[in-house]
Design a protein around this ligand. Sequence first.
Ligand SMILES: [Zn+2]
Length: 282
Amino acid sequence: MHILTFDIEEWFHLFDNSFTDDVSQWGGYESRIYSNMDRLFLLLEKKSQSATFFCLGWIAEKYPNIIREITKRGYEIGSHTDIHQLVYKQTAHQFREDLIRSLRVIEDITGRKVKYFRAPGFSITEGNKWAFEVLFEQGIEIDCSVFPAAHAYGGFPSYKVPLPSIICYNGIIIKELPINYHTIFSKQIIYSGGGYFRLFPYPLIKYWSNKSDYIMTYFHPRDFDPDQPVIKELSLSRRFKSYVGLKSAEKKFENFLHDFDFIDIAKADSLIDWSKAPKVQL
Ligand SMILES: [Zn+2]
């Protein structure tokens, strides 16, 4: 099962820099979302692949045509929150309000209930598990926020189940489709999205993907945009991870789409026998 997902945000939606931090300025920055979305649509159509798009409410509000286009082309939409804040920096109240804003704006455009969610920066962690209660309460049926390894901004290394699983927490249950990893010498290697996908040579990604029964990908429109502005304030390591391999990423991604058949979250949901999925008590 190879699941294809994208987090729909702009080139400046990275963390720890003044571009991202000051939401009131976002509208003034160069927008690259239309051209980057066109590139994605072309790639997907060429290979007849399905995908789920986790969209920011901010994007939906400012560029509703993007949401309409995703829907018109038959792809699914989930929420990636409204203004791309790290969940562990928010209170439960702030997270709930932000999530509700994103759901309202997306649902107003599509006329359909949003059932899927991914947190910015995989920022649901051991310390803010209450986020699952908020997601459940707002009608989210499947969460894709668990990064079961160390991560710069989030990560849930204690999750230990890089497979479709059922989260049980404080009386609620929610289906989880976490990011997968490949294990080498007991070290978890993530390779199915973002900077990791751009960093590793494609033959290695293909080899690891062939060895895995379950792959959850996560890409962004900017991952294939070599001409995006570079945010110079980022730390050196962050800058490396954000911009490494941009020039060759489109070709690499095209090969990935050629070599594997991908499905969206609804299809994955229908194929998984949830009664046999591991239950993870948090
Ligand atoms: Zn994001």
